[in-house]
Design a protein around this ligand. Structure first.
Ligand SMILES: *Cc1c(COP(=O)(O)O)cnc(C)c1O
Length: 799
C-alpha cells in the first residue's frame, strides 16, 4: 500500500471510494483524512498483531505506564513520519490535487491532558515504541478532553471539547476485554478453605471497556498499544437504583478530563476516575500475565508498572488486594512483589498540588482498599518507630493516613522501589526539602530523570525545513541518536549555514504571522523579535512579569520620544483552570495591554502583543519553530522541569529564563553566553519563604518604573476593565508578592535589554541559535526513556 507512490495513489483512491461511498470528485477533506487514516491503521495491523503476540508469549519484561493524562495531539503525520512514508504520501496526494497539510487539519487534536505532565506521557509512548521497548500506556478515554478556550471581550470562556465528534480512526473498541470496576458497598470476610479472606460486597459496578490505539515507533516493526478505558453501564446494575441515574453516574466517569491541574475539586468523581483507571489496568495486565504464568510469585520479574504522578497511586493497594484476597498470598510476600513492581514519578512540589483525600470521602467509596491502606500505614509507622523511637513529630509528618486524610505522595513513596524527580534541581529539592524525611529513610529510592520531548514530533515533524538543514549538514543519523546534533556546533560560525538557519526561521515566522493574521486579524512585523510565552496560566509561571515588562516598555516610549526599542512581537498562549480567577484576570490583562500598545501610534510599530486562543499541541507545533525568544520565567524552585523550554531550544530559540527546572540544565549545556539567565535562585527563594525578609512594598516605593506599572493596574489606565485588576495589584502589594515578581523585575528588564542587544547583532544571535540546537539532543525523550528502562524498569529493547 505504501511501497511506492503509484501503488499508494491507487490504493488511496480505492479506499476513498470504499470508505466514503462517494466518487473522488465529490469527496471532502474529511473523507480524505478518513481514508488515509484507515490505510495507516491497516498497514500497521500486521506488525501490531505480531508485537502483541510477542508480548503474549510472556518471555520478556514489559512496562506499563499508567497516567491519568495523555496529551497526544494529532497522530496522522507523526505516524507517516515514523513509518518513513511521509514524503512519498505527500507527493502522491499532491499529484491527486490534495494538500497533506490541509488534510492533517481534519484530525481532532486529542487533548486528553492539561499540559506538561500529559504531554510527557505522550512523548514517552513515542520513545518507548521507537526504542523497541515493550511499553504500554494505560489511561482514560475521556469523551471530552481539555476544554476549548474562546476569548470573548478579552475574557476566557470554556466550551466542551468534542474530539470524538467524527469518530477516532486510530482506536479499536474491545468489548470482550471489558473489566468490572466496583465502588461503594461493604467488606465481608469469608472462610476460604480454612483461610480468612475479605470480599467486597454490595458494590455498584461499572464496566471499563478498552479502546486500543496503536503506538507506531520510528523505523521499527514494533507497534505498542495505548489502552484507554471508557466507562459503560455493567450488565448487572444495582437493583435499588434508577437505571437512567445509574447510567449517568457511570458514563460520567469517562466524560470529562479534570481541567484543574493544581488543586482538587469534584472530588468523588475524580477519585472514581483514579480507581477506575487503576482497577481496569491491573486486572487486564494480570489477565494477560496469567496466560503464561501459573501464579504471581514472579510478577515483578516480568512486569514493571510506572505511575505518572500520584493519580494512579491506588495501584499500590489494589495490587496488594489482588495478591492477598484473590491469590491468597501472605502480606509480606505481596508487599515485596508490589514494591518491586511499582515506580513513581513526582511532578511537583507545590504543596497545594500534592494530592490528599479525606478519609470520610475515601473510605465508603473503596472500603477494602481503605483497609489495605490503613494496614500499609500501620506497618510503615511501626518501622518508623523502630528507626526513630519517640520521634512523634517525624512519624506524624510521614504517615500515609493522618488527621483524617490519605496522602497520596506518601503512599506512592512507601509502596514503590523508585521515586524520581523530573530535573536535577527538582530532585535535589525533593531530597533536601519537600521529601527530606523520606529521603532520610529511603536514601536509595530517590533518583533523577530529567524530562525530555520527542524530537520526531517537535523537530522532524513541526520543522521539516530545519530537519533538512540539519541532515544536510551532519547526515541523517542524528534522528536515531540525538547526541549527534552536537556536530552542528562546528557550523555555528559558518556564515552560509547561519544564513540558512536565518531563512528557515524567517519562513516559519511568516507562516505564524499568517496564522495570527487569520485568527486575530492582526498584522505583525515578521522582522520583529518573536518573544513567546506559551504554557498553562499559573501565578508561579509569572506571565504577569512578562506583562509588567511590556507595560514598562510602553511607558518608556511614551515618556521619551527618542526611545525606540528593537521591534518585538510578544506572543502569549495559555489556558486558565476554569475556577482559577486570578489566572483568568491575567488573560484579561494580556488583552487589555494588547489593546493599548497595539493601537497607540507611538508604540504600535515597535511593540505588538498577541494572544493566541486555545493553546494546544497542534498550535504549539506552529508557534515553536517561529520563536526567537523562549520565555521560561517561573519563580525559581517552582517549575519542576518544564518541557516547553526543550521544544524551543531544539528549534533554535534562545531561552530567557530563571534558574529553575530544566533551564538550569539547558544553561549548563549551552554555556552562559548562549542563554539569558536572570533573577533569584531557588535557594534564595526558599530562604525568603522560610525566614521572611522580602517586602514587596520596598520595591514598589523605591523603583519608579515598578510603581508606575503597578499603579496603572488600578488607575483607570485600562479603561475598559481596570477594576478587574485590583486583585492582581493586591497580590503584588497587600499579599507581599508571593512569587517575587517585583524582586526580579529589575533583573528581568536588564536581561530583556541584553536580548535586544544580542538580537541586533545577527551573526551573534544565529551563532547562539545553532549552539542551542546542537546541545538539544540531551533533551530527547529517547534519552529519558532509556534511563527509565535501564535504571528503573530494568527492561531491554526487543527485536
Ligand atoms: C509542551 C507543552 C506543555 C508544557 O509546557 P511548559 O512550558 O513546560 O509548561 C503544555 N501544553 C502543551 C500543549 C505543550 O505542548
Amino acid at each position: 500500500m505504501f511501497n511506492d507512490k503509484e501503488r499508494f495513489k491507487a490504493s488511496f483512491l480505492q479506499r476513498l471510494e470504499q470508505s466514503s461511498g462517494v466518487s473522488f470528485e465529490n469527496s471532502t477533506k474529511r473523507d480524505h483524512y478518513q481514508a488515509l487514516g484507515m490505510m495507516v491503521r491497516e498497514h500497521v495491523s500486521t506488525n501490531w498483531i505480531a508485537s502483541n503476540e510477542e508480548s503474549r508469549k510472556g518471555e520478556h519484561k514489559e512496562v506499563y505506564y499508567l497516567s491519568i493524562e495523555f496529551l497526544l495531539g494529532r497522530l496522522l503525520v507523526s505516524s507517516l513520519i515514523n513509518l518513513g512514508v511521509k514524503d512519498m504520501v505527500q507527493q502522491g496526494l499532491e499529484e491527486l490535487g490534495i494538500d497533506l497539510r490541509e488534510l492533517e487539519k481534519e484530525e481532532a487534536d486529542a487533548g486528553l491532558g492539561n499540559g506538561g505532565l500529559g504531554r510527557l506521557a505522550a512523548c514517552f509512548l513515542d520513545s518507548m515504541a521507537s526504542l523497541k521497548l515493550s511499553g504500554y500506556g494505560h489511561g482514560i478515554r475521556y469523551k471530552h478532553g481539555l476544554f476549548e478556550q474562546k476569548i470573548i471581550d478579552g475574557y476566557q470562556v470554556e466550551l466542551p471539547e468534542q474530539w470524538l465528534r467524527n469518530g477516532n480512526v486510530w482506536e479499536v473498541r474491545k468489548p470482550d476485554l471489558a473489566i468490572e470496576v466496583p465502588f461503594w458497598g461493604d467488606v465481608q470476610w469469608i472462610d476460604k478453605s480454612g483461610k480468612l479472606t475479605y470480599v467486597h460486597e454490595h458494590a455498584e459496578t461499572v464496566l471499563a471497556v478498552p479502546f486500543d490505539m496503536p503506538v507506531i515507533g520510528y523505523d521499527t516493526d514494533r507497534v505498542n498499544t495505548l489502552r484507554l478505558w471508557g466507562a459503560e453501564p455493567a450488565k448487572h446494575f444495582p437493583p435499588h437504583k434508577d437505571f437512567m441515574q445509574y447510567k449517568r453516574d457511570t458514563e460520567q466517569i469517562s466524560e470529562y478530563l479534570y481541567p484543574n491541574d493544581t488543586s482538587n475539586d469534584g472530588k468523588i468523581l475524580r477519585l472514581k476516575q483514579q480507581y477506575f483507571l487503576v482497577r481496569a489496568s491491573l486486572m487486564s495486565i494480570i489477565r494477560d500475565y496469567k496466560k503464561n504464568h501459573d501464579h504471581l510469585y514472579h510478577f515483578n520479574e516480568y512486569v514493571a508498572i510506572h505511575i505518572n504522578d500520584t493519580h494512579p497511586a491506588l495501584t499500590i493497594p489494589e495490587l496488594m488486594r489482588i495478591l492477598i484476597d484473590e491469590e491468597g498470598m501472605r502480606w509480606e510476600e505481596a508487599w515485596s512483589i508490589v514494591t518491586n513492581t511499582i515506580s513513581y514519578t513526582n511532578h511537583t512540589i507545590l504543596s497545594e498540588a500534592l494530592e490528599k483525600w479525606s478519609v470520610e470521602l475515601f473510605k465508603p467509596l473503596f472500603p477494602r482498599i481503605f483497609m489495605i491502606i490503613e494496614e500499609i500505614n500501620k506497618r510503615f509507622c511501626k518501622e518508623l518507630w523502630e528507626q526513630y523511637p519517640g520521634d512523634w513529630d517525624r512519624i506524624e509528618q510521614m504517615a500515609i493516613v493522618a488527621h483524617g486524610y490519605v496522602k497520596m505522595a506518601h503512599l506512592s513513596i512507601v509502596g514503590s522501589h523508585s521515586v524520581n524527580g523530573v530535573a536535577k534541581l527538582h530532585t535535589e529539592i525533593l531530597k533536601m526539602r519537600e521529601m527530606k524525611n523520606f529521603y532520610g529513610f529511603y536514601p536509595d529510592r530517590f533518583n533523577n530523570k530529567t524530562n525530555g520531548i520527542t524530537h520526531r514530533r517537535w523537530l522532524v515533524q513541526a520543522n521539516p525545513e530545519l530537519n533538512s538543514a540539519i541532515s544536510n549538514a551532519i547526515g541523517p543519523d542524528w534522528v536515531y541518536r540525538t547526541e549527534e546534533l552536537k556536530k552542528l556546533s562546528s557550523y555555528a560560525n559558518d556564515s552560509s549555514y547561519q544564513q540558512q538557519i536565518n531563512e528557515i526561521k524567517l519562513k516559519k515566522k511568516q507562516e505564524l504571522a499568517r496564522i495570527i493574521h487569520d485568527r486575530n486579524n492582526l498584522k505583525i512585523d515578521e522582522n520583529s523579535i518573536f518573544d513567546v510565552q506559551i504554557k498553562r496560566l499559573h501565578a508561579y509561571k509569572r506571565q504577569l512579569l512578562n506583562l509588567l515588562h511590556i507595560m514598562y516598555l510602553y511607558n518608556q516610549m511614551k515618556e521619551n520620544s527618542s526611545y525606540k526599542p528593537y521591534p518585538r512581537t510578544f506572543i502569549f498562549g495559555a489556558k486558565a483552570a476554569p475556577g482559577y480567577d486570578y489566572a483568568k484576570k491575567i488573560i484579561k490583562l494580556v488583552h487589555s495591554v494588547a489593546k493599548v500598545v497595539n493601537n497607540d501610534p507611538v508604540t504600535k510599530d515597535y511593540i505588538k502583543v498577541v494572544f493566541l486562543e486555545n493553546y494546544n499541541v497542534s498550535l504549539a507545533e506552529k508557534i515553536i519553530p517561529a520563536t526567537n525568544v523562549s520565555e521560561q520565567i517561573s519563580t525559581a524552585s517552582k517549575e519542576a522541569s518544564g518541557t516547553g523550554n526543550m521544544k524551543f531550544m531544539m528549534n533554535g530559540a534562545i531561552t530567557l529564563g530563571t534558574q529553575d527546572g530544566a533551564n538550569v540544565e539547558i544553561a549548563d549545556l549551552v554555556g552562559p553566553e548562549n542563554i539569558f539567565i536572570f533573577g533569584l535562585k531557588a535557594d534564595q527563594v526558599m530562604q525568603y519563604e522560610k525566614h521572611g525578609g522580602y517586602h514587596s512594598h520596598d520595591y514598589y516605593h523605591n523603583d519608579r518604573r515598578i510603581k508606575k506599572v503597578v499603579d496603572q493596574l488600578t488607575s483607570g489606565f485600562f479603561r475598559d476593565s481596570f477594576y478587574d485588576f485590583e486583585t492582581i495589584s493586591d497580590s503584588l502589594l497587600m499579599e507581599n508578592d508571593q512569587y517575587f515578581l517585583l524582586k526580579d523585575f529589575h533583573a528581568y528588564v536588564k536581561a530583556q535589554e541584553n536580548v535586544a542587544d544580542a538580537y541586533s547583532d545577527r551573526d551573534r544571535w544565529l551563532q547562539m541559535s545553532i549552539h542551542n540546537i546542537a546541545q538539544s539532543g540531551f533533551f530527547s525523550s529517547d534519552r529519558t526513556v532509556s534511563q527509565y528502562a535501564k535504571d528503573i524498569w530494568n527492561i531491554q529493547p526487543q527485536q
